[in-house]
Write a protein that binds this ligand. Structure first.
Ligand SMILES: [Zn+2]
Length: 442
């Protein structure tokens, strides 16, 4: 049994508890005691300790684009061409190294679980690797080595658009049909720190018959199902033209909208879409830093909150990897559109960043500091120039609105210390990022 003693810990609500002893046996929390003196043999965690944070939507390889696309002009669609240029160059080996460094950056930023929305399955031109899951297995290995939990959301991608052929890059994404996708995914297995889930890339890339089959597949196996939904108005227009349904309406017709379903982005929703999401207890995953970068728009988070639609968050394109920037982005973007402050309270934003994200990724026993939960912890220092002077009574809002990824000093995943003193314990993160990214561009 290891005891972590926290100067302050967020146990839910809008304030932090003081002097909290968290006992851990194996990968579980076995006791949580507030107002406890620090035991002599405890690991002392200064600042504010949170449950581990969930990055519910990630494409690891997009990390290679950071700083190379963000200063440009154009739209989501011109950015996508640049992203495909990187996808064209990856193989299982280079992707492993890039993902290992990227997942380690996530751990360093306080993320303890990642939902990897993985669609780059095959070799150039769609050629099969000897192991058809060579890249998926490389991602699972990368997460294990970086010390972060993963839900590999193996993504089905069959069409280049509503009536487009697959282009050269997209042939790497496609299994040909949904049966072949399901057979390939069934060959992978999880572990105590890895789960295999499913994702519909979008209603652009998967036809309704195949979406219906995927919804059945996910239900039979009791795994999470995610999809990109209405990130761009163009997708809505094309979906209406092709099927007479919005993307949400189409997913609903296919039986995909359930409490295991997460709609990623869900930026441009009709009132009927919001009703369908609410009545089927869907989770929405918002990715504020990516949605800003790609000029997607601002999602209707006030309507979700009012309807009781649960929210989680993701770093998606890795424009930045910072759970605090994503969490406050939900509220700060809402202020810009509503001209009103305080729609989303700090405790609610932390719930989005922790337990809702865990649940969306199939880890409903994570994201809480409570007995029986996964022993995943993220500690944030309150002594940096950003947070010095914080009032302990307001530490939760100070961290949500003022912290940066660099303030995370200690990260525990399944009882194992992954980051200590702001240093990743097994990966030289900056050096590995530098090496793996330059390999993509040289
Ligand atoms: Zn995405």
């Amino acid at each position: 049994v290891t005891t972590f003693w926290c100067e302050l810990a967020w146990l839910g609500g809008h304030t932090a508890a003081a002097n909290v002893a968290i006992e851990v046996a194996g990968d579980r929390i076995t006791a949580v005691t507030a107002d406890s003196p620090c035991p002599a043999d405890a690991v002392r965690l200064s600042g504010l300790t949170l449950p581990g944070m969930a990055n519910a939507h990630s494409h690891a390889f997009h990390r290679a684009l950071r700083g190379r696309t963000h200063g440009g002009t154009g739209s989501f669609w011109t950015w996508r061409d640049q992203m495909y240029a990187v996808a064209d160059r990856l193989d299982p080996d280079t992707y492993h190294d890039l993902a290992r460094a990227t997942f380690a950056e996530m751990a360093l930023a306080g993320f303890t679980v990642v939902g990897e929305f993985h669609y780059l399955h095959h070799g150039p031109g769609g050629a099969r690797y000897a192991d058809p899951n060579a890249i998926g297995e490389a991602l699972l290995a990368a997460a294990a080595e970086a010390g972060i939990r993963i839900t590999l959301l193996d993504t089905c991608y069959l069409h280049g658009g509503f009536d487009d052929e697959l282009n050269h890059t997209q042939r790497r994404f496609s299994d040909g049909d949904v049966e072949a996708w399901g057979e390939r995914v069934a060959m992978m297995t999880g572990s105590s720190t890895a789960k295999i889930g499913a994702a519909v890339h979008s209603v652009r890339a998967v036809d309704p018959t195949s979406i219906t089959a995927m919804a059945d597949w996910a239900t039979k196996r009791d795994v999470p199902l995610h999809a990109h939904v209405s990130e761009q108005p163009t997708e809505n227009e094309q979906s209406l033209a092709a099927y007479g349904r919005t993307p949400t309406g189409l997913l609903h017709d296919c039986g995909a909208l359930t409490d295991r379903f997460t709609a990623v982005h869900a930026t441009h929703l009709s009132d009927d879409d919001v009703v369908a999401m609410r009545s089927n207890r869907v989770t929405c995953c918002i990715c504020p830093t990516t949605e800003r970068d790609l000029a997607d728009g601002i999602g209707p988070t006030a309507a979700w909150r009012e309807s009781g639609i649960a929210m989680c968050l993701g770093s998606d394109s890795q424009a930045v990897i910072d759970p605090f920037e994503e969490a406050r982005g939900i509220e700060l973007d809402e202020r810009l559109t509503s001209l009103r402050r305080g729609t989303h309270q700090p405790g609610e934003l932390l719930t989005a960043a922790t337990s809702t994200g865990y649940r969306s990724l199939g880890w409903s026993d994570g994201g809480h500091l409570q007995i029986g939960a996964l022993a995943d912890l993220t500690s944030v220092a309150l002594t940096s120039p950003r947070l010095a002077g914080t009032d302990a009574a307001q530490a939760v809002s100070a961290v949500v609105f003022g912290a940066a990824a660099a303030d995370v000093h200690h990260v525990v995943v399944g009882g194992r210390v992954v980051v200590a003193g702001g240093v990743h314990q097994t990966v030289d993160v900056a050096a590995e990022l530098d090496r793996s990214i330059w390999r993509m561009w040289s």
